[in-house]
Design a protein. Structure first.
Length: 308
């Protein structure tokens, strides 16, 4: 059956197979590349959020806390607005009202927090310990120790980015060194058992921003389909242009020569095989013209030798 199919259809079948193979190959390659790219996009956005939270923390530590420090001794209850972690969390929750960031979650996970709400779970504890165990943690900036990846929870899978939290200001030790140095309102609110024993330059926790992994996968898929769509358009355009090229340079000249050859086989020596280009089709046309001349001469010789 395949032998009876004309050359144009065969070429299109071949091009179709090449198109499918290229599409599948590109899809497989893009899946991994765009997955990494999507992860990087989310990681970059999360890094920007962490930098923003650090700015909030810095502002609270240098501007808000000094103004309210004296009130911590006289107020009956602790003023959480003086704590950088509290300010960062509140600002982030307001940020989540923006649909663009509604799927992001922020936590300052701590091994020994004052507020047990910030207590690190098993996974977060492992992250913090990995920061502490890094031999270069004392020499590198916090951003250089940053890590990201996927974490499975009962509700699904999360993509996270984590950065260590270290004590870099002496003012932090007022509330976290020993209970007797802590403000009275802090002791009254949180007690003497949690959040103490911190030391200067010690990594005590981690800033962790997480987002459902489906968001990363969805972004990667959107990018993949966009790229595949554009690649498919260019491939289809290439196939169309190649078909047009083959039609005018190969199939049409061959069909014309085939038709003229049939006339020649019936004894019509008036046919002329013409092809302007000096390519393989042109060589074939000249060969057929020589064949026609030779055949005509042979027929004339036969006629002259036949008895009258």
């Amino acid at each position: 059956m395949f032998k009876n199919i004309n050359l144009g259809i065969k070429l299109n079948l071949l091009l179709g197979i090449i198109f499918l193979v290229l599409t599948l190959t590109i899809s497989l390659i893009l899946s991994r590349i765009l997955q990494n790219y999507a992860e990087q996009i989310v990681a970059d956005r999360a890094s920007l959020l962490i930098e923003t939270m650090n700015s909030v923390r810095q502002y609270t530590s240098t501007q808000v806390n000094p103004e309210l420090a004296s009130s911590l001794e006289t107020e009956k209850f602790f003023i959480p607005q003086t704590v950088p972690a509290y300010s960062a969390r509140e600002v982030f929750e307001n940020l989540r009202s923006n649909e663009k960031y509604s799927q992001f979650f922020y936590k300052e996970a701590t091994l020994n927090p004052t507020n047990l709400r910030d207590k690190a779970d098993k996974f977060e504890t492992e992250i913090i310990k990995s920061f502490r165990d890094n031999p270069n943690s004392a020499d590198l900036k916090m951003v250089d120790l940053q890590q990201h990846g996927f974490h499975t929870i009962p509700g699904g899978e999360l993509f996270y980015i984590a950065r260590p939290l270290a004590i870099k200001q002496e003012s932090c030790l007022r509330c976290h060194s020993i209970p007797k140095n802590a403000p009275a309102s802090q002791i009254a609110t949180y007690g003497k058992d949690n959040g103490f024993g911190w030391k200067m330059n010690e990594i005590v926790g981690a800033q962790i921003i997480s987002v459902p992994a489906s968001q990363v996968v969805k972004q990667a898929q959107n990018l993949r389909w966009q790229v595949l769509g554009r690649v498919s358009i260019f491939l289809m355009l290439g196939i169309v242009l190649l078909n047009i090229f083959l039609k005018f340079t190969i199939t049409d000249p061959i069909n014309k020569m085939s038709s003229l050859s049939k006339k020649l086989s019936t004894g019509d020596f008036s046919v002329e095989f013409k092809h302007k280009n000096n390519d393989e089709i042109g060589i074939l046309a000249r060969s057929l013209n020589r064949l026609k001349v030779s055949l005509k001469m042979a027929m004339e010789m036969i006629e002259n030798q036949s008895p009258k």
